[in-house]
Design a protein around this ligand. Sequence first.
Ligand SMILES: [Zn+2]
Length: 409
Amino acid sequence: MVRRDEGAATTSAELRAHNLARLLRAVHDGAGQLTRAELTRQLSLARGTATVLVRELAGRQLIEELPSPADVRVQRTRGRPTGVPSAHPHGPVALAVDLRDDSFTLAAFELTGRGVVLDRQERDTRSGTAMLADVAARLTIRRRQFGDRVIGVGVAVPSPLSGGTMVQPTLADWQDVDVAGVLGHLTEEEAGPVLAGNDATLAGLAEARRGVLRGVPVALHLHVATGIGGVLLAGGQPVTGAHGSAGEFGHMPLAGGSDPCRCGSTGCWELDAGARGLLRAAGLGEQGDRMVQATRVIAAAADDRDCARALAQVAGALGRGIGALVNAQDPEVVGLSGLAAEVYQAAPDAVRTAYLAALMRFRRPQPPALLPSTLGDLGTLTGASELVFDDFLTPRGLSSWQPAARKTA
Ligand SMILES: [Zn+2]
């Protein structure tokens, strides 16, 4: 999760490798929107150095320099065009998987962070082992499709992780499973490193890099799916605790209930404010994809009285819990993704009223803003892809990259 610092570069070859990685990282972070001149300034490079580096990255098919939209005007007056380093059509691709206990989604991301969902599969049989076999089969197919462009696989996992293993998953046969290790083993093609992270942590990371939490010094992010997870982000970095399993806000008694929870505790927030809570409040059982079911309940709330009551109940529980967490964590803003964003957008007043009522008095004049994610379904997947790019955008990561022409030789 922590970005690797490659340390001080000592030789000129090391310095060049270091600067190539820095420049490519800046293209990635800037989503391929910054001109060469802007990147040069941002990285405090000499203009000549930047030109040489861009040429080398383009020669290695890591980037393609596109003409800047402003060039047409600039060229006429100054005659010195500055291109926009962007994703190369044969450049690196990170595969990302959003794993849930009832479905999975697979997407591909190019260097500039643009992602496309390629596969989505629902499963009714609750076998975690079979699910991972299905994911590996799809990864094998996509690895063959993209060839050596694949630089790694990021996996968002629906369980707290400790040392990379699922310590409390919802499926019994996932207990203590090292997802990244299993998928790396089952995928029939070498697809680079397989890296796993908690889904809610990765949703927050995605918001800090590409979404509503970009540039926020201290932010709280809440991701509601079947359960509720989240993460505190300081300087854009997830604070994940001593073992990597912090942020299990769904398993805190924030909404005042007292029912036993699947986690072993009682009165957990997710019993009232997660997808389970919404389905329960609407008097529905759990079958198939619970997020899809929960979204249907929210959509039906406009016409159906039971659904409207369930939505209001969950919105109140959500707001109350957010207020408690803001009291505890003092974030500047609160990001909301998954079902939390949907509930907030469907019932903003109910969430807000409960949120403000739960805040300590001194916070109420300036309550941290609640910001629904704009990344949609790609949020968690984007976070998973960032694990791969964090590993790749280093001198060591780039040294493994071979442009397409040489690969076929
Ligand atoms: Zn619990």
